[in-house]
Design a protein around this ligand. Structure first.
Ligand code: KIV
Length: 291
């Protein structure tokens, strides 16, 4: 994609003002990032969802800063012209501000992320403020925050009652006020997500948060059903079935090897004419160093 300019937070805000929807997708490695860039996504999120879909954990909690740096670096190599946001993983921004900034520095310097995402509302404002003051674009993330799944008690829809709606709106405004350039709203009722989107001047990016957000984000593996057995999710639209394609293709490869159909004529390399006569025809003749 020579010539394509990565977006930045100023352009993302302008997209909201112009009513241009923002498309965001997760990616975790070189090929997924490259394909996402070639498909024209606006923003790539190196989500800590990689814990679930790439590393085989049952939550995002075991994901480490080293994991995030490693994957972000691969994504940055694959998508040189796309705005890349990387997740700060579990408990890496709840200690001292200095410690949090050190983690952010790693994601940006070693991982080459353009921005970082942090889950939480009013409780993370001091870190958000310090990061923004240090020149770091910060994407907030409220609603269902998977790193707190054990506290929330499962993957529940947020913003169903008035008290919850008020809390979400207050958190969104606090993040905006602290300098966040945007906010992910995850599994939030459509009414509340729409209200938040209208109340903020920064873009909201929804996942399972309905049609009133300024952009949408989905997990790469969900969009493509990239899993050995994909479990459909109500808020996801799938656009391919890569899991089935991969399993079928690998099954045909195994069958071809077992049936000696692969390798076939077109896959093999041949020695020069006469070489085999030399090797088999006259076994006393020397081969190799020409003597
Ligand atoms: O980790 C992730 O992929 C995310 C998205 C679901 C927003 O945080």
């Amino acid at each position: 994609m020579a010539g394509k300019q990565a977006l930045n937070i100023v352009k993302l805000k302008k997209m909201k003002e112009d009513g241009t929807p923002i498309s965001m997708i997760t990616a975790y490695d070189y090929p997924s990032a490259r394909l996402a860039e070639e498909a024209g996504v606006d923003v790539i999120l190196v989500g800590d969802s990689l814990g679930n879909v790439v590393l085989g954990y049952d939550s995002t909690i075991p994901v480490t800063l080293d994991d995030m740096v490693y994957h972000t670096r691969a994504v940055a190599r694959g998508a040189e012209h796309t705005f890349i946001v990387a997740d700060m993983p579990f408990m890496t921004y709840h200690g001292s501000v200095q410690e949090s900034l050190a983690g952010i520095r790693r994601l940006m310097q070693e991982g080459r992320a353009h921005a970082v995402k942090m889950e939480g509302g009013s409780e993370i404002i001091p870190v958000v403020r310090a990061a923004v003051q240090a020149g770091v674009p910060v994407l907030g993330h409220i609603g269902l925050t998977p790193q707190s799944v054990n506290q929330i008690g499962g993957y529940r829809i947020q913003g169903k009652d008035a008290a919850d709606a008020r809390r979400l709106l207050a958190d969104a405004k606090a993040l905006e006020e602290a300098g966040a350039f945007g906010i992910v709203l995850e599994l939030v009722t459509e009414e509340v997500a729409t209200l938040i989107s209208k109340e903020l001047s920064i873009p909201t990016i929804g996942i399972g948060a309905g049609r009133g957000c300024d952009g949408q984000v989905l997990v790469y593996h969900d969009v493509l059903q990239y899993a050995s057995s994909y479990r459909p999710k109500r808020f996801v639209q799938t656009y391919g079935d890569i899991g089935t394609l991969i399993k079928d293709s690998l099954g045909r490869y195994v069958a071809d090897v077992k049936g000696r159909a692969f390798p076939a004529e077109q896959h093999v390399f041949n020695a020069d004419d006469g070489v085999m006569d030399t090797l088999y025809g006259n076994r006393t003749e020397k081969v190799g160093n020409g003597s």
